[in-house]
Design a protein around this ligand. Sequence first.
Ligand code: G6Q
Length: 568
Amino acid sequence: MYASDDSGPAMTPLIARPEWHELLAHASAMFSQSPSSPSSQSPSSQSPGTPLLRTLFAEDPNRAAAFTVQAADLRLDFSKHFVTAPTRDALVKLAHACGVEDRRDAMFAGAAINQTEGRAVLHTALRAEPNAEITVDGINVVPGIHQVLERMRNFATRVRSGEWTGATGKRLTTVINVGIGGSDLGPLMASTALAGFSDPDLTSRFVSNVDPADLLEALSASDPETTLVIVASKSFNTIETLSNARAARAWLVESLGEEAVPAHFVALSTNAEAVAAFGIDTDNMFGFWDWVGGRYSIGSAIGLSLMIAIGPENFDDFLAGLRAMDTHFQNAPLEQNGPVIAALLGILYRNFWEIETHAVLPYSQRLSRFAAYLQQLDMESNGKSVQMDGTPVQWATGPIVWGEPGTNGQHAFYQLIHQGTSIVPSDFIGFLHPEADVGGQHDLLMANMFAQAEALAFGRTADEVRAAGVEEALVAHRTFPGDRPSTVILAPRLTPSALGQLIAFYEHKVFVQGVIWGVNSFDQWGVELGKALALNIGDELTTPEAPTLDHDSSTNALIALYRKAHGR
Ligand code: G6Q
């Protein structure tokens, strides 16, 4: 068992491990075989040769099956990556050497693995069965989790049925979630993804940005008499959220009076004192705990807006989906473990191919916010450059994550992925069955997804272009190098359970990478600095007396210009 005062498994520097060197030799050999690898691309190279992925598939007719993993309901096809069985073995050896399994077990057991904040990391407990036992500081946290879930279910049911009404007795039909970052992106993404499961009589809105346009847009489309405002803030001291919540409260009070607040405002937070000070009765607060990180909080009270939209039963299915992937992650051998393999491939590209970005390409319009959600999950977790013990890493860490749904992206940025000078490993995410179909369009959607993954991997050689009768002057332009690796993730349907599985798949992928890189995936000091600096500059922008500015000359000039524009 991993002890909380240990400095983690990365006692031997990652790059000094024999497994790292084995992998380096292995990856370099493969790297040099791909005509598309950066080292093979010189200005003089006329046309790339046969893509390495073509060779790998030709050598092993069983390749697709050999590199496909079933993780709960997700079918994960990793065959279009630069891996052979020995590569996979070398990657898995690295994971073993870095203590991935011990660290995973420590997380699930409630050890304080978030060392810089001295906290356990227990988003997995949020979806544990009621009879599970997970202790933090000697106390089983599971009963408390289920008590909050039960209160959420009761409240959501009453709102949905119209039993819980607004102050004037009208049914609440608009739910505005006011929160930011982890208190916004999860419920926003999941509500968008599961809109097909939502009560059509309810409208969900999300206000996050301190830009007044965000709040005004939501309020101007809402009626105070029929609106429920959910103030979602773990700390309840986030300036954006409190500013928006105060303004929303004033909007309500202006038309319905102070006494209307309890019927229209609830809070999701760990900070009961601040909730009460804000003016929300703590009877109308749904709590959670410091061991739930913001970006991992969708299964906690932060999911209340989602539960109201899709109903408690669907929310339970969502939790069951998260739990199904937890079970897979805990039990599957590493070489058959979906999140582990995905993490290791990410390490292969980031550290041995020096690739900086990773694209997430869902073939589902409902997943339009999924890449944004993963951006936070991945980049806030592993965008770190010091190890647990504070020493600098000597290897690359988290990639830049980005993406948009297909097929839209195909008509925009895919050009670069196909024929640009950067290799962008990509995740294609699709569903066998649509929520509803229109004239066979789902077939077309999926045909596009399969075709893109195929074209990226295998390309189109110059000879094939010539054979198609293309004039010589255009051959180079119409040649596709291939060797653009991707994972194809398929689920039967986009259900609450499937969404839960997808989320947990990525949570655990990010976790495994953080363990191998030796960083703390669960703090976010970079966010904290921005919060503190903005408070200071906020005062300088608004104070009536000209402040003494001691920033750099650029920041000083910007502040002065802004003050002048406002006649201050
Ligand atoms: C997430 C981060 C961050 C956080 C927001 C909102 O992991 O910690 O995105 O969720 O800053 O914080 P509050 O919920 O405390 O308002």
